[in-house]
Design a protein around this ligand. Structure first.
Ligand code: HEC
Ligand code: HEC
Length: 356
């Protein structure tokens, strides 16, 4: 490269960098980026305006008036392992900052003054917690069952009580957040002001110390997602495609599934004569299981009914299904773990029966 072109390249780079840093320094611009990033990563769960959905509401005045930017940043960065809220560790600091600025735009009121944190006694706090909090947040602080806010199915509370023993929560929250939430409550949710409910500030300091102590324990079961070796389960079949498909249907029926259809994967996409009869998908469903799973997480509709694929490639017939244990990682919902394990067993059984 000649020195002339290289100084030209340098000038362009400097200009680009300046434009980039300007765009982040300009708050209006950052909010604009933030609204895009929020729409892309958050709104599916927390709602376009932060009013909640699969995720808890974020636009509540009682929430935005007390939380620090660090709480928001770290909640985004670390998520809540096993509690549906994903970790966004792959976003850059600037992107996270833009999302936080966007969320700040939802609330124009005053921030509440910091609360005074006294020295609490976690032992006493545990008793107060059992009496006043465990009913919603769980005996170990594992949080309510289900997801955020839900519409159609029966549930205990209109807004899910978050987990208070979650490592992601403790990486984000400080005593301020916990105590201010207890003092003021969150209007519009079942979380009430415990000062108004009759707890003294000293009682509240004790509970804060107890909630804090939950973060020092080993990561609880509700913060776990299943490990799994591979994304798909595969078995080789000794039979031809048509026989294997029949065997899969029988094995599904034996596992309490109704077979919905067994068709070439390209049915409807190509002319009937051109359909690939060597690649067949078989959809089946155990409707009891589906209904049970839907009450745990409405997103299971994305992978149920169950699908098994039979395919022939270079003379080898393979039977395949997604590995349900992988879904636990993708959905980050520990409540689904038992179901994913159960489905893993059922799939394995079907694949083995069909390839006997
Ligand atoms: C797959 C659904 C989902 C997505 C996507 C998601 N969240 Fe969440 N979020 C949740 C759930 C569920 C909770 C409550 C966790 C619990 O129950 O412990 C939560 C909790 C939070 C909290 C803590 C709320 C509080 O009251 O303390 C914040 C802050 C938050 N999410 C921000 C975000 C942001 C910002 C994004 C996008 C970058 C995002 N979330 C993406 C589901 C989601
Ligand atoms: C009637 C059910 C209920 C009771 C009882 C209750 N909470 Fe909550 N709590 C909630 C809900 C729901 C939220 C989520 C509010 C929201 O969406 O911002 C919450 C939020 C919180 C938060 C903020 C967590 C976060 O991720 O933002 C803390 C801390 C908390 N509660 C502690 C307690 C403690 C300690 C007690 C007992 C003194 C208690 N709660 C009693 C339902 C309850």
């Amino acid at each position: 490269m000649s020195s002339k072109t290289s100084s030209f390249v340098q000038a362009v780079l400097v200009a680009l960098l300046a434009a980039l840093s300007l765009s982040w320094a300009d708050p209006a611009r950052a909010r604009h980026e933030g609204s895009h990033l929020y729409a892309q990563h958050c709104s599916a769960c927390h709602g376009a305006d932060g009013h909640g959905g699969v995720g808890v509401p974020l636009a509540l005045p009682d929430f935005l008036a007390i939380v620090s930017d660090d709480y928001l940043r770290n909640s985004i960065r670390f998520g809540r392992p096993g509690r549906v809220m994903p970790s966004f560790a792959h976003l850059t600091d600037a992107e996270i900052e833009a999302i936080v600025r966007h969320m700040r735009g939802w609330y124009k009121g005053e921030r509440r003054a910091a609360v005074k944190i006294g020295k609490g006694d976690a032992k006493k706090g545990e008793k107060t917690y059992k009496r006043n909090c465990a009913g919603c947040h769980g005996p170990e602080g594992e949080g309510g069952r289900g997801t955020g806010l839900t519409f159609s199915r029966p549930r205990d509370l209109p807004v899910l009580a978050p987990a208070l023993n979650n490592p992601g929560f403790h990486a984000a929250a400080d005593e301020q957040l916990i105590k201010a939430t207890l003092i003021h409550g969150r209007q519009g949710t079942p979380m009430m002001s415990f000062l108004k409910m009759g707890l003294s500030e000293a009682d509240i300091d004790d509970v804060v110390a107890f909630v804090r102590s939950l973060g020092k324990k080993r990561a609880p079961a509700s913060a776990r997602v299943l490990d799994s070796e591979s994304a798909v389960l595969v078995r080789r079949s000794p039979h031809d495609v048509a026989t294997t498909v029949e065997k899969v249907k029988n094995a599904m029926a034996a596992a309490n599934m109704s077979v919905i259809r067994a068709v070439p994967f390209d049915e409807g996409m190509v002319d009937k004569k051109l359909e690939n009869r060597k690649r067949i998908i078989i959809d089946g469903c155990d409707f009891n299981f589906l209904n049970q799973a839907l009450t745990v997480d409405p997103r299971v509709g994305l992978f149920l009914p169950c699908r098994i694929t039979v395919t022939e490639d270079a003379g080898r017939v393979l039977v395949m299904a997604v590995n349900p244990k992988r879904l636990s990682t993708i959905f980050n919902n520990s409540e689904l773990n038992a179901m994913c394990e159960q489905m893993h067993e059922v799939y394995t059984l079907i694949l083995e029966d069909a390839t006997l």
